[in-house]
Design a protein around this ligand. Structure first.
Ligand code: PEP
Ligand code: MN
Length: 354
């Protein structure tokens, strides 16, 4: 095969390739070249013995390239350029380290343990949980004040009162607070109390929320949607980055599959895959990822072994009486034993933990 312009396609990135049908005529190839030029991109036909392909050079992502498939003689179009830019590894060779506070950064040598209850239930519960997760070796505190509940009659969280309790727990323990924000209108409120805003799986494609989190200064723990591809996940993360916030942590929390022995299926291969594609740190949430406390410690170890930069772990001082997600919550004692073993796993992959 030989390119028309002497074998190369000139400067610029190859955006996509249009594959013509073997029966395509010269006029049809000309028509495709014309369409590409109309988009402000440059066509580079490569004529082979069986068929012709047209490489498209340029970078204007606002155009709908797939529409080219409508042109006569076109077999299919293949995208080459990744649809995300700022999240891509190519944009930044070194890994991003997101700092939550003096005690906790995500993405460096130390694997961060972010632990705490699913929900803030009352002041005594969150203070007790904060003290105990800190004593067990955690680096930051999680806890939901605004809860995204599947059922409208379930406990919805304490709202701003819960944020105040989290802030009090931080004041005493020094642990950074990671807590979820549900709507764009509450971003400033949550941001004024939290050290890191969590965007939950159910909101992973709420683009207005992603934009609003991109426009505020606190780091974002961005959870993958439960039915989201890796490509979609990184494009959604791009919304936060493109709105001015570089401090995005990607969080895998399990996806929806046919499998029922777990609440969600936790696909750990996504950790090295995300590291391959992106410079952003990757955290694993084995609590939502399995739904059962008995599975959590092993999945924590597996996550550290495959390169996770942090773990988001639900821990409750009294899981049997938890208001939300008791079945998947570790006791503080179980967290302590888990962290002890995580330190050994981390050492095996040249990191520290907790
Ligand atoms: C949670 O962390 O408690 C939670 C609601 O997570 P997710 O959005 O992953 O379901
Ligand atoms: Mn939960």
């Amino acid at each position: 095969m030989q390119g028309e312009s002497g074998g190369g396609v000139g400067g610029g990135s190859i955006d996509m390739i249009v594959i013509m049908q073997p029966s395509a005529t010269e006029q049809q190839v000309e028509h495709v070249k014309q369409l590409i030029k109309e988009m402000g991109l440059s066509p580079h036909p490569i004529v082979g013995t069986e068929l012709t392909v047209v490489a498209v050079v340029g970078d204007d992502r606002k155009k709908d390239r797939d529409a080219m498939e409508q042109a006569p003689g076109v077999d299919r179009v293949m995208r080459v350029l990744q649809p995300y830019k700022m999240a891509a590894r190519a944009a930044q060779p070194e890994r991003t380290i997101v700092r939550l506070n003096d005690l906790c950064s995500v993405g460096g040598d130390q694997v961060a343990v972010i632990a705490g209850p699913c929900s803030v239930e009352n002041e005594a519960q969150i203070m007790d949980a904060a003290r105990k997760v800190k004593a067990a070796g955690a680096n930051a505190l999680r806890g939901g004040a605004f809860k995204p509940r599947t059922n409208p009659y379930s406990f919805q969280g304490l709202g701003e009162d819960g944020l105040k309790m989290l802030a009090a727990a931080r004041d005493e323990t020094g642990l950074a607070v990671v807590t979820e924000v549900l709507t764009p209108s509450e971003v400033d409120l949550v941001s004024s109390y939290a050290d890191c805003l969590q965007i939950g799986t159910r909101n992973a494609q709420n683009f207005k929320l992603l934009e609003a989190c991109g426009r505020q200064p606190k780091p974002v723990m961005f959870k993958r949607g439960m039915a989201m591809t890796v490509d979609e996940f990184l494009q959604a993360a791009e919304y936060i980055l493109a709105n001015g916030n570089p401090n995005v942590i990607l969080c895998e929390r399990g996806i929806r599959t046919f499998e029922k022995y777990v609440r969600n299926t936790l696909p750990l291969a996504v950790v090295p895959e995300l590291h391959h594609r992106s410079h952003l740190p990757v955290v694993v949430d084995p609590s939502q990822g399995t739904g059962h406390a008995r599975l959590v410690p092993d999945m924590c170890r597996a996550a550290v072994a495959c390169g996770a930069d942090g773990l988001l772990i639900e821990v409750h001082p009294d899981p049997e009486h938890a208001m939300t997600d008791g079945a998947q919550s570790l006791t503080p004692e179980a967290l302590e034993t888990t962290i002890a073993s995580l330190r050994r796993v981390a050492a095996a992959v040249d990191r520290t933990c907790g």
